[in-house]
Design a protein around this ligand. Sequence first.
Ligand code: TMP
Length: 222
Amino acid sequence: MVEKSATRGRFVTFEGGEGVGKSTQVRRLARILVERGLRVVTTREPGGSEGGEQVRQLLVRGEPGRWDAISETLLLLAARRDHWTRLIDPNLREGAWVISDRFTDSTLIYQGIGRGVDRSVLDQLHHITLGKVAPDLTIVLDLPVHQGLGRTRVRNRGSSIDEDRFERMGLDFHERLRTGFRELAVHEPERIKTVDATNDADTVASTVISIVNARFQRELSS
Ligand code: TMP
């Protein structure tokens, strides 16, 4: 388990399908926590560390079939171990709060539900990669698939970055991901909270902060 000393920071992750607004909400939550005097590090997966960002380029570009499901999973976990050992864990140890745009739950859903990798294989690989690490709180942003993919299409049109390998995996794939994320929260209701992302960014941000306040009452009052 992630050690829970008084000085260790807290680890919050945002999850969900494509175009649900995670990066906006990561920034909003970080700003609020910084205003409260906390040291906050924001990051993302795949990526976050130098090595993680290099592996990201292999994963998010090119044809959907570029990697088979197991190769894809191993790349993601190589990136995650680098990210955890070089960025997330050292910052938590120093008392910073770390907020990550995606983490382990994305692998359970994208590679497990989406690409059909067995849950037992994912659990073993997770154990080898990180041991018993888990976020303290995970917010799943939930949005109908057509709305999310619509937002990413608009975003991609205005950008020269072609990081859309997963976005092109088909509507059925993305519908299964959405169902998968919703079910995750049912199985782990303490850690995972689902937020309706059809609302505007301000409303979503205030829902997120009330969840954070409730979950970390003790830490945030001291
Ligand atoms: P992003 O678009 O949210 O930055 O994420 C890049 C893509 O990587 C996104 O389409 C989801 C995918 N992904 C996985 O398939 N498995 C994972 O474990 C992670 C972290 C991301």
